[in-house]
Write a protein that binds this ligand. Structure first.
Ligand code: ADP
Ligand code: MG
Length: 504
């Protein structure tokens, strides 16, 4: 069948990054096509090329078999390509009907908007998609799900031939998801091609016909989804060869990790937050490294943030060394001995303009300044200890952190956390973006810290790092714990199987 929209040999580069390389994607009329890949795989870039937001550096776009060039998003829209973003891009204060026909409102003979005709057509259009809402109400008074449905209806009204949906269900209630799937089904039966980006495997297998898997800007698989077992899909996304994974798994545990024991340093139970976490429980013993496994959006960072008090929860308890800790408060978690290395060290961590000394001492302030004055000598002693201990390479403690390499910046952040003498260390992507040498050093350091009795929670999007670095792995999917692996069970094979297991 001829593709309605096709990208051939698409390449897109950003300074220092090849976001897409030789990507082929063909969208056929009446198919729901899943686009999957881990973070940074190139999904958003590909969508932006298809919808005229970016110009590709290489390759051609074909619309109904004819080469086209979308100089800007409006060109793509005019060609019948609609995008429904996660954040609904409509006008909240205008009525539902106005939003549906924005820019194409039916007019009276005098050139005024024909409200009555517009409302009637709007009601009919929504009704045809199985959505029932008062079209005269301002859009913002509707639930997010219905708003998204209005966005879909708008695409249909604009006579879309292709509808692109980027993570459309991430903020929807289950009932709204059901309505959306219904609508997707109707689009398909009207011969519209739907490109569907999601990390939720259960959803993909329910509604998609074909799948394209991107990894590092390249297509690594394309074909009918029903013929691709979940395990293979996940392995393709992660770039793991299943057989190789199996072989590695059997030899991994010769360097037996230290056995953690004693009363738990952390007991988290039933952590819940709407749309994000759904009853996550986790236990960490002194000296134990517990990895969090999961794909993007599974709730790993959110679990860490909930434990660290950086994200409020609707339900659940956090107990540190036997004492209950108030949730939703970073100071309360810190006072209990919980510290977190955030995922984005530039945004939440390091202060590049301050020196190594100042960055490390920043955290130590509360303990050092009991009398209200920070003793410079004590500060220096602590700073020296950590600079040596973590082998931070700087010209001296007064060098600005912003001038250090990524790996050394990360060590400064770690030093800052350790200066608080914590009981539990939460590490979110501790080695992302640092060079290989520094990475091995940080990994070694985490092991040393655990061996000294610190409890560690480790998040990494690199499976090898989680498997090799953890004593146990708690596997999350859609904000829920779906498996827990201990000791010798911690293998890439087991982890991938747990991720791919049928969730229904
Ligand atoms: P995905 O949506 O699959 O997570 P993206 O398309 O957002 O992936 O990113 C692909 C790669 O291109 C990543 O390495 C990302 O950092 C890079 N990238 C994306 N957009 C830009 C941009 N505007 N400038 C520089 N690099 C970018
Ligand atoms: Mg993206």
């Amino acid at each position: 069948m001829e593709a309605v929209l096709e990208a051939r040999g698409t390449g897109k580069r950003f300074p220092g990054v090849v976001a897409l390389s030789g990507v082929d994607l063909a969208l056929r009329p009446g198919e729901v096509h899943a686009l999957v890949g881990e973070n940074g795989a190139g999904k958003s870039t590909l969508i932006k090329v298809l919808t005229g937001v970016y110009q590709p550096d290489d390759g051609t776009l074909l619309l109904g078999g004819e080469p086209v060039r979308f100089g800007r998003p409006l060109d793509a829209q005019a060609a019948g390509i609609s995008t429904i973003y996660q954040e609904v891009n409509l006008v909240p204060l205008l009525s539902v009907a106005r939003n549906l026909f924005l820019g194409r409102e039916p007019r009276t003979r005098l050139g005024l908007i024909d409200t009555r005709a517009m409302d009637a057509r709007a009601a009919e259009l929504l009704g045809s998609l199985g959505v029932h809402a008062d079209v005269r109400r301002p859009l913002r008074t509707l639930g997010l799900g219905t708003q998204q449905m209005v966005a879909v209806a708008r695409a249909v009204a604009a006579e879309a031939r292709v509808v692109v949906m980027d993570e459309p269900t991430s903020s929807l209630e289950p009932r709204e998801v059901a309505t959306l799937f219904d609508v997707v089904g109707r689009l398909r039966s009207q011969g519209i091609a739907v490109l569907y980006v999601s990390h939720r495997l259960d959803e993909l297998y329910r509604i998609c016909d074909r799948v394209t898997v991107l990894r590092d800007g390249r297509v690594v698989h394309t074909g009918p989804l029903a013929e691709l077992p979940r395990l293979r899909l996940v392995a393709a996304m992660l770039g793991r060869d299943l057989d190789e994974v199996r072989r590695e798994g059997s030899t991994r545990f010769d360097g037996a990790s230290s056995v953690a024991s004693g009363a738990p340093v952390l007991e988290a139970t039933g952590l819940a937050r709407r749309h994000v976490l759904d009853g996550v429980s986790l236990t960490v013993r002194p000296g134990e490294i517990v990895g969090l496994g999961g794909l993007l959006g599974a709730g790993r960072s959110e679990t860490a943030r909930a434990i660290a008090g950086a994200m409020a929860v609707d339900a659940g308890t956090v107990t540190v060394a036997g004492r209950p800790v108030r949730t939703g408060s970073v100071p309360a978690a810190m006072a209990a001995g919980v510290v977190m290395l955030p995922e984005d060290r530039k945004a939440d961590g390091i202060v590049p303009g301050l020196s190594v000394r100042e960055n490390i001492a920043l955290a130590a302030l509360p303990t050092l300044s009991r009398a209200g004055i920070v003793s410079r000598a004590r500060q220096d002693a602590i700073v020296d200890r950590f600079v040596t201990r973590l082998r931070i390479k700087a010209s001296g403690p007064d060098q600005k952190v912003g001038e250090l390499s990524g790996g050394n910046q990360q060590k400064v952040l770690l030093a800052r956390l350790l200066a608080r003498n914590p009981k539990l260390l939460l590490l979110d992507e501790p080695t992302r973006g640092i060079d290989i040498g520094a990475k091995a050093e940080v990994q070694g350091l985490i092991d040393e810290l655990a061996a000294e009795g610190l409890g560690v929670v480790l998040i990494s999007s690199e499976f090898e790092e989680v498997v090799e670095g953890s004593d146990s792995v708690v596997v999350l999917r859609d904000g829920r714990v779906v498996a827990t692996l201990h000791g010798a069970e911690v293998t890439e094979d087991a982890l991938i199987s747990a991720l791919a297991a049928d969730g229904d």
